[in-house]
Design a protein around this ligand. Structure first.
Ligand code: GRF
Length: 218
């Protein structure tokens, strides 16, 4: 389907979320995939579908700042409507976050605000959580701290390991993330300086898929 909503996907690794974004692209076009790791398996997934890829690694530049500037310029030249982080393991510099304010999203493997950062599945198990999941959120200058767009929950079973729990969560990530990006592309999610609003239709649809929309009640 022809669409003029352009996204750029930033990856660092295996690219299973990228794959789900490619397969479920209805209302958006993946203009470019950028990786900060040359060995990222996600690059081959994109290339196999004819999606342009760029590799911008730290060791090609004199400093980390210069490499991050190169990523910013590559993203800008792809003219994205939305910057989509999918397992991108670098902190974006404040200038990047400012330039693309309200237009950067990430998928995180926990029900934020719980378990910011790494090793979320092991930490959820250690904390005795009965429910765990994933979150699509806006990116701001903090760590996993931007406004929550939508979440998908999974049950934690008594015999779950970090691996089995991670696999269940990942499956839901693959449903949730493309759904969120398609919704952005259709104008069903609006952003204003870090605040979000959602169309009525989107909220109804979320219920059908078992997703929650917006921040969870405190
Ligand atoms: C996912 O668990 C995602 O939640 C996190 O990084 C991982 C990326 O996995 N941000 P993949 O590269 O998409 O397979």
């Amino acid at each position: 389907m022809a669409t003029d909503f352009r996204i750029v996907v930033l990856i660092s690794g295996r690219g299973t979320n990228l794959k789900s974004l490619i397969e479920a692209a209805q209302h958006y076009k993946i203009a470019q995939v950028i990786s900060n790791k040359s060995a990222a398996p996600g690059l081959a997934i994109a290339a196999a579908r004819g999606i342009p890829t760029s590799v911008i690694t730290r060791d090609e530049y004199r400093s980390l700042d210069e490499q991050k500037e190169a990523i910013l310029q590559a993203v800008r030249s792809a003219r994205p409507d939305l910057v989509v982080l999918a397992g991108f393991m670098q902190i974006l510099p404040p200038t990047f976050v400012d330039i693309f304010q309200d237009r950067i999203v990430n998928i995180h493997p926990s029900l934020l605000p719980k378990f910011v950062g790494l090793d979320t599945h092991a930490r959820a198990l250690a904390a005795g959580e009965r429910v765990h999941g994933c979150t699509a959120h806006l990116v701001d200058s903090g760590l996993d701290s931007g406004a929550i767009i939508a979440q998908a929950a999974v049950r934690v079973d008594a015999n779950d390991t970090a691996e089995s729990l991670g696999a269940k969560v990942l499956e839901r990530e693959h449903d949730l993330y493309p759904w969120v990006i398609n919704a952005f592309a259709q104008g069903q999610i609006l952003t204003n300086r870090g605040n979000l609003s959602f169309s009525e239709g989107l909220i109804t649809e979320a219920q059908m898929f078992g997703f929650s929309v917006g921040s969870p009640p405190r």
